[in-house]
Design a protein around this ligand. Structure first.
Ligand SMILES: CNc1nc2cc3c(=O)[nH]c(N)nc3c(CCN)c2[nH]1
Length: 376
């Protein structure tokens, strides 16, 4: 087993099966078995889950967002309260995203070499401005185990020139992030961009690998390009990424995306899908996802997924969840979220075992066959 330590992060590559990797990431607040799924907790809470429930799902790390935490309550308050772990009552690892994605996902942002000015006005009319230095300052105050570089994630589709400019700006900003990042107990990850252009992906990967960091993310995907272009771009990027450090595919994704990306060498994932879909009444199960709020479930006495051992599936029927979601009861969001995140973590655990047992390809084919079967 190869073990690589870079600052506060160690990555142990425990085994491979084809390009799929089984590993372990160790950071100050604990160990993350990989391939790993990271639930998103944008404002220092995974919506609908108390930390004890988040633990019960099997999650070993969760996310928070620099942009949102800057707006409220502000990094200085979080720091004064002991940092994110103390503040939110989560003693396992945390990763904070840098605000780079919010550039893409929020309207009316102004971007220049210095950084990004967001249209949102804080109380008192102060505009939110993020620069590589400010993003690093905020993330160091928040105190997550892993901080993401401040990058430029372009929309899809994006013309070549803008995608190319974003690759070079992201690298210039990564140099500034590394310069500004001095917290010794926090790992900084670089982010590869390049939109949907194979040559830009390779260029961005090589330039990013040229900056020594504990881990690297594949960014700029899951922005509407669709599954096949996403997979093609991973294939253009992954071969240029160092093997002995973790690879994190940002914002991915559906179970079918995750399984196919693991097959291409990705170690870490994050996505709002299981939590966001839960709140809208969509449940994930072995045979695919379904909307439990549909009338057909009104008298369905079965659990969401008969294979699932989560608290929701052990204690409640689809009929009850149908009722809770259709009456917008808070408990509906909580129970659906608990199940969906447990489903994702059970999927990751099954993936890890399949790689250990060298039958990941067999698992990939059988999982996708059942999960994507038309006759639901
Ligand atoms: C949902 N799709 C998606 N694509 C992303 C790309 C980036 C990306 O390219 N950069 C950063 N910093 N974050 C991204 C995120 C947010 C991850 N929590 C993305 N999310």
């Amino acid at each position: 087993m190869a073990s690589t330590t870079t600052g506060p992060l160690s990555f142990d590559l425990k085994g491979t099966d084809g390009r799929a990797r089984r590993g372990r990431v160790t950071v100050p607040h604990g160990v993350i078995q990989t391939p790993a799924f990271m639930p998103v907790g944008t404002r220092a809470t995974v919506k609908g889950l108390m930390p004890r429930d988040l633990k019960a799902t099997g999650s070993e790390i969760c996310l928070a967002n620099t942009y949102h935490m800057d707006i409220s309550p502000g990094p200085k308050i979080v720091k004064k309260m002991g940092g994110l772990h103390e503040f939110m009552g989560w003693d396992k690892p945390i990763l904070t995203d840098s605000g780079g994605y919010q550039v893409f996902s929020l309207p009316k942002t102004q971007l220049d070499e210095e950084g990004v000015t967001f249209r949102f006005e804080k109380k008192g009319g102060k505009k939110v401005k993020l620069t590589p230095e400010r993003s690093m300052q905020i993330q160091q105050d928040l105190g997550a185990d892993i901080a993401m570089a401040f990058d430029v994630c372009v929309p899809y589709p994006c013309d070549y020139k803008n995608a190319q400019d974003a690759v070079y700006r992201t690298i210039r900003w990564l140099e500034r992030c590394k310069e500004a990042h001095t917290r010794p107990d926090q790992a900084l990850f670089g982010i590869v961009q390049g939109s949907s252009y194979a040559d830009l992906r390779g260029l961005s990967a090589q330039l990013t690998m040229g900056i020594d960091l504990p881990g690297y993310a594949i960014g700029g995907l899951s922005v509407g390009e669709g599954h096949s272009i996403m997979m093609a771009m991973i294939d253009c990027t992954e071969p240029s990424m160092v093997k002995e450090k973790p690879r994190y595919l940002m914002g991915v994704g559906y179970p079918e995306d995750i399984v196919e990306a693991v097959a291409r060498g990705v170690d870490m994932f994050d996505c709002v899908i299981p939590t966001r879909y839960a709140r809208s009444g969509v449940a994930f199960a072995r045979h695919g996802r379904f909307r439990v709020s549909n009338a057909r479930y009104k008298t369905d006495k079965y659990p969401l997924d008969t294979n699932c051992s989560c608290y929701t599936c052990k204690n409640f029927t689809r009929a009850y969840l149908n009722h809770l979601i259709n009456t917008n009861e808070i408990l509906g969001s909580a129970l659906m979220t608990l199940h969906n995140v447990t489903f994702y973590q059970d999927l990751m655990r099954t993936i890890r075992t399949a790689i250990e047992e060298k039958n990941f390809e067999k698992f990939r084919v059988s999982f996708l066959q059942e999960y994507l079967a038309e006759d639901k």
